[in-house]
Design a protein around this ligand. Structure first.
Ligand code: GUN
Ligand code: FE
Length: 447
């Protein structure tokens, strides 16, 4: 199939590549084989040939393709709580609201119903890849795998490991390190052996919830599993001052260092939040080529800090964007991209007008713009996951969304005489909402 379309992608930080009337050739596996630009010498010839053979799909004016969003941090079971329970600190929120909700996924029928609604909602919002925390439960987590495969979403899914009786309630934890490790291995086998997963659209993830939830035996065992299986790892790291201090008190080092010594910090590790990383921690994350899932909306409620996104990007760390459903109250990556921009601007200017101007921000340049936000929501997520997604480059999967820039149907209003080039993308980033997303593709197929 060959798509004749206009759109945008950001293969590298700071760069918006405007695709103005290009041909995207997609092979039978859903991989981008070539991108021909309007000015290329063979553009006309290829277009006419594809048109004659009936392979050409031409998108009308007013429609733009963007890479599908990569949501780097989602708690699938917390979807019923989206937009709710935002009134208490993290450690209270877990015990009061979140663990009781997650415990309900003991009921696999409940899990199937909620997970079906969530995956539909994310796909409709343009999220073509999601990195999911599930729950401790085997059957419910397998249901999430099945649903992603059925609905065609690219997904990385972890059975949550949490066995520390000191921090996890009796009604919701792995009863032993052995159970946490066996459950993790069982999910890896289930995902890799799934008859509908030959393309590897769903991948398994080693998922210690965070250090406070896990015993050292579990952390050590999960590190060994990650090494043996070569799979992705995800966890929360240095999210709040409480969490950061807890690990310092228990392990006598930062959680970054502690994860590292357990073998849980590698090229395929995604650390959610990472707000309290020290300069040395950042250097460790960079050296290991691990990634950070920046969750700006969630951080506003639970972090007691603002993640220094620009610093992390300038140091060359891999960073993607996450909704952190339901720590963040929106499933929309557009809203989270806007949240990332707003948070960065507030960090830059400081937030207390009573301080002298020179003391309002101690952070130096912190501000990012729509280009960085778009990059981390797409290609940055692909790099973080070490997967060929998030950009329209030959060799990458054709995972995309179609934006209808129409003020009657949605919330993007373009004026033909003034909105040109990357300014169109700027308007899309700042104003698009779900009704503007006319279609999504994963691996070349409409979902
Ligand atoms: N830390 C441990 N568990 C969680 C969770 O479910 N959400 C967030 N935001 N932080 C966590
Ligand atoms: Fe989280």
């Amino acid at each position: 199939k060959t798509l004749s379309a206009s759109g945008f992608h950001s293969p590298e930080r700071g760069i918006i590549d405007v695709l103005d009337d290009v041909l995207i050739e997609i092979d039978a596996e859903g991989v981008i084989a070539a991108v021909h630009r309007h000015g290329d010498p063979n553009y006309r010839t290829i277009r006419d040939a594809r048109d004659a053979s009936g392979e050409l799909v031409t998108l009308p004016a007013g429609f733009y393709i963007l890479p599908g969003f990569v949501d780097l941090h989602v708690h699938a079971p917390q979807y019923p709580q989206l937009g709710d329970a935002l009134d208490v600190p993290l450690e209270v929120w877990l015990q009061k609201y979140t663990f009781p909700l997650e415990a309900r996924y003991q009921d696999a029928a409940f899990a199937r119903r909620i997970y079906g609604l969530l995956v539909d909602d994310l796909l409709t919002n343009g999220t073509t890849t999601a990195l999911y925390f599930a729950t401790i439960h085997q059957e419910a987590t397998r249901a999430l795998v099945d649903i992603c495969l059925e609905k065609g979403q690219r997904a990385l899914i972890g059975k949550v490991a949490m066995d520390n009786a000191g921090e996890c309630p009796d009604y919701y934890r792995d009863v032993s390190a052995q159970e946490a490790l066996d459950g993790t291995r069982a999910l890896i086998d289930y995902v890799r052996g799934h008859p509908d997963n030959r393309e590897g659209r769903v991948l398994p993830v080693v998922t210690p919830r965070f250090i406070p939830s896990c015993t050292d035996a579990t952390l050590e065992g999960l590190g060994a599993i990650a090494r043996d299986c070569g799979c992705h790892v995800q966890t929360h790291c240095s999210e709040s001052d409480w969490e950061h201090d807890y690990v310092l008190a228990r392990h006598g080092m930062t959680d970054t260092d502690s994860l590292d010594r357990f073998g849980l910090l590698g090229r395929r590790t995604v650390l959610a939040h990472a707000n309290f990383l020290t300069a040395k921690d950042m250097e460790t994350v960079r050296a290991r080529e691990a990634a950070i899932a920046h969750c700006p909306l969630s951080n506003a409620f639970f972090a007691n800090a603002v993640f220094p996104l620009r610093t992390a990007l300038e140091k060359g760390l891999h960073v993607g964007l996450g909704t952190d459903i339901s720590g963040g109250p929106s499933a929309s990556m557009f809203e989270n991209a806007r949240g990332a921009i707003l948070a960065s601007r507030m960090l830059q200017s400081g937030v207390d007008p009573n301080l002298p101007r020179s003391a309002r921000s101690t952070f130096g340049p912190a501000q990012i713009d729509f280009r960085d936000a778009f990059h981390i929501a797409t290609a940055g997520g692909g790099v973080a996951l070490d997967l060929p997604i998030g950009q329209f480059t030959p060799g990458c999967q054709f995972d995309a969304m179609l934006i209808h820039a129409d003020a009657e149907k949605g919330t993007v209003r373009l004026f033909e005489d003034r909105d040109k080039g990357e300014r169109i993308l700027q308007k899309i980033i700042y104003t698009a909402s779900r009704p503007n997303i006319a279609a999504t593709w994963v691996g070349g197929r409409k979902v």
